[in-house]
Each structure stands twice: as C-alpha cells, then as structure tokens.
Design a protein around this ligand. Structure first.
Ligand code: ASP
Length: 449
C-alpha cells in the first residue's frame, strides 16, 4: 500500500479537497491518507492552525472568544458547502471545538496542543465524510485508537518506539483510511503535537509502520528545486535526492519537508515521492537511499537565526573534559546545540537563537566563566548557515575552493567552515544579512553556465 500525505494548501478549499479525493481514488493502493489542516488559499490568507492558536490565546486570556471561534467554524462551513455536505458536519466540528475550549484547566501547553490538533482532526473527519458521500469505503482513523503514542512534550513531541507495532495493524484494515496529521497522544492520554509543519512526520511514521511501498507527500510544487525559488528565479528542478541530501537541505531551510520527516522512512528504506496536488501527473521528486551522480552539488540552502558562543582558553587542547563541561552546562539549561567547530585553544558552539534568549545567555556565560576559568567567552548573534549539499561532494577535488571563491567574489566574510564530519555537505557561517547574496553567489557558481 501507499501512504499519501496532503499538505495544508491541498486542503485549503472545497476545490482543493476535490482534487485530493480524485488523486486518492485514482490509485487503489493509496489507502492510508494523512491530512493537514486547511492552509492558505491565497498569499494573505491565514492557516486554520494559526486561527486555532489565536482562538486558544484569546480564550486563555478572556475565557471567551466568540469571534475567533466563528473564524474557524466559517472556514469549515465554506468547505463543507463547497463539497455539498450536510450542515451536520459543521455542527459536529463546532461542538468539538467548544468541548476543547471547555476543557481549559489552566495547563497552557495541554490546552494549546488540544486546540492546534483540532485542525487536522476535523479535516480528517470531513474528508472521510466527503469520500463516503461519493460512494467510497472511507473512514476516519482516531490516532489514539490506532496507537500514535508520542512523548510528553507539548508542541514538540516525538514518536515513541512502541507506536510502530501498534500502527502496523492499520495495514490489515479495509478501505481508505483518513488519518489526521500533526498530533498523537501521550502515554497519559493527552493530545500532543509535533512541531509546526509536523503532518509530514505523521505520514513518515505511518509509512514506516505499515511498510508502505512509497510515501507520497503531496504539496503545491512540481518538484524540489536546487535552491529556494523565492531567492533564485526558476531554479533547477532536482528529480532525485538521497535521504542524506534532503535531510541536510531541510535542516538548512528547505521548507518542502519538515526537518524531522525522513527518519522513520530512512530506517526502513521507503522511498518518498514529493508530488503536486495541482499537477498529479508530474513525476515530482523522489527521495531514496542512493542515486546515480547528478554532479557533485544538488542544492544550496541557507537558514538564519543562529548564534555562536565563542570560548577561548590557552592550552584548551590539553584539558581533558573541557568540551564535555561546556556541553554539560548547555544540557543543564535544556539547550540543544547544532555544531561545535573548534581550534586548538578555542571552541565555538553554534545554537539556534530561538533557544538562547538573553536570560539563558547570562546564565550560561556566567557558568562558563566561573566553572571553566576561560580567557574569553563571547556571543555573536544574527548569523546564518549556508550549506552546499551533494552526495560524495567532499571527495570531488576543488569544490571548497569554488564555494569559498564564489563567496569571496561576492564580498562575503566567511566566519566558520564546517566540512570535515559530513560527506554530504559543506557549511559556511556568515552574517545573516549576507544570506541571500550568498545563496545567489553559490547557485551561480554551481548551477549556472
Ligand atoms: N497544520 C500544522 C501547521 O500548520 C501542521 C502541518 O500542516 O503539517 O503547522
């Protein structure tokens, strides 16, 4: 069987949902269908998940949020009417939302996740009703009954290993199953969501659990491109990536797949096919374990929002346990780190700025100074990481010189180079304001004649 996941733009309106149903009906192997919440219909539109977040915030503040509730219900009503469904389904959705609001108990994380999950959950119910109204044997699957058990981290959950064995049983069921993306349940029974954009992760977990032939991820582009189309005009379409390449590219800002998507399918070697709901005949982009060389570089990605903690101490290399102590301080603060480029007497720890606010910075720097007796410690903010990605690239002579040469010609100062440990990418730390310029320079170097 195939697992087919549809993103927010594929469910944004009645017209889009009709396309989804045509795609599902066109292939009897598409039996496990994962849906996101309705996304944007046009550029300035608001995603249902964002409407739900506003609803939850307003309700927590004022214990009432009529306008915000109506905004969500209206989106579903529009869709239901466009699909010629009875008003009942809209009433069911409105009741479901009211029940979630009534359950407010003062636990912000729990309340927010319950509301955020309502987008996917009600969309799955609606799509199942629509497919049934068209005569298909389709049913809504409740993630709790199916066994989607996640860690107890509101808004940032991860799948627990025992889920796979339970979800595997979905393969035995008859008919088309409509599974809501983005959330599951904690062992204690609370709704918990993945990070934003996490319906991709749901699809990948299900594909691995049922050992799908392919995980089809339907979105609104014909292909994945070698660079962000908002930065590069008409970038080159890439027909095949490896898991490792895609992992690196989505880490550094390729938004076509959530960064955590590939782990479950990668472990089972299940191919991922990214396809376009608006043009399902196009072959899309495949992500597989290995591919014939397309040339050393397949993509240029970059992401802002990084900072570095630079630490120096004379004779650091002789001090056993120095690195561990630095990382222990971060662990005590619950701060994940991204990279640790180091020299003989210095080490930089690269962090995402969003996990390192000024309070955390003050605490960490104080401890580093006091406990590690360093010569210098400083934080540099507003950094970007630019990545040149391609399988086997680091074995090709001359790539580094071309990349650094292109950045130098564009007048961009490279503050960090990280190449050693990954065979698939070369990473440059630069000032965030040079971000776009860097992608353009590297794209021109590797992809333009
Ligand atoms: N609806 C959720 C979001 O907007 C999850 C998803 O679409 O994947 O983040």
């Amino acid at each position: 069987m195939k697992v087919a996941k549809f993103g927010g733009t594929s469910l944004a309106s009645a017209e889009q949902i009709m396309k989804v149903c045509d795609i599902v009906a066109a292939d009897p192997q598409r039996r496990l269908v994962v849906v996101s919440a309705p996304g944007k219909r046009y550029k300035e539109d608001i995603k249902v998940t964002d409407l739900l977040i506003s609803l939850a915030e307003k309700y927590m503040e004022d214990n009432s949020a009529q306008k915000e509730l109506a905004a969500v219900v209206d989106r579903y009503r529009d869709i239901a009417r466009g699909l010629d469904l009875e008003e009942d389904i809209v009433e069911t959705i409105a009741d479901d939302l009211r029940q979630r609001l009534d359950a407010w108990s003062g636990n912000k994380g729990k309340f927010m996740d319950s509301l955020k999950a309502a987008g996917e959950d009600n969309t799955a119910k609606l799509v199942a009703v629509y497919l049934s109204s068209k005569g298909y044997n389709a049913s809504y699957i409740n993630p709790k009954d199916a066994g989607m058990i996640l860690s107890d981290e509101f808004g940032n959950a991860r799948v627990l290993p025992e889920s796979y064995d339970r979800l595997k049983q979905l393969a035995e069921r008859e008919g088309i199953m409509i599974f809501p993306g983005f959330f599951g349940y904690s062992a204690s029974g609370d709704v918990v969501t993945f990070p934003r954009g996490g319906s991709d992760i749901t699809g990948s977990i299900l594909a691995a659990a049922v050992n799908a032939e392919v995980y089809e991820n339907f979105t609104d582009v014909d292909s994945v491109y070698a660079a962000n189309p908002n930065v590069i005009e008409n970038p080159k379409a890439i027909p095949v990536f490896t898991y490792r390449e895609m992992r690196e590219l989505s880490y550094a800002g390729f938004s076509v797949l959530h960064e955590e998507t590939l782990e479950p399918v990668y472990r089972k070697g299940i191919p991922v096919n990214i396809k376009n709901t608006n043009n399902p005949k196009a072959p899309g982009t495949l992500i597989v374990a290995s591919r014939k060389s397309e040339g050393p570089v397949v993509g240029i990605a970059s992401d802002k929002g990084f900072c570095s903690v630079y630490i120096s101490k004379y004779m650091m290399n002789r001090e056993i346990g120095f690195g561990r102590k630095v990382l222990q301080i971060l662990e005590d603060e619950g701060i994940p780190y991204e990279h640790i480029p180091s020299g003989i007497d210095n080490i930089s720890v690269i962090l995402r700025e969003k996990v390192f606010n000024s309070d955390a910075q003050a605490r960490v720097l104080k401890r580093i100074r006091e406990e590690l007796a360093v010569d210098d410690v400083a934080v540099h903010r507003n950094k970007a990481l630019v990545m040149v990605v391609g399988e086997g690239m680091t074995h090709t002579v001359g790539i580094a010189v071309r990349a650094t040469g292109a950045l130098a010609k564009a007048g961009i100062n490279i503050e960090m180079i990280n190449q050693g440990s990954s065979e698939v990418s070369m990473m440059f730390g630069i000032d965030a304001e040079d971000n776009v310029k860097a992608v353009k320079a590297l794209y021109a170097e590797f992809f333009e004649e």
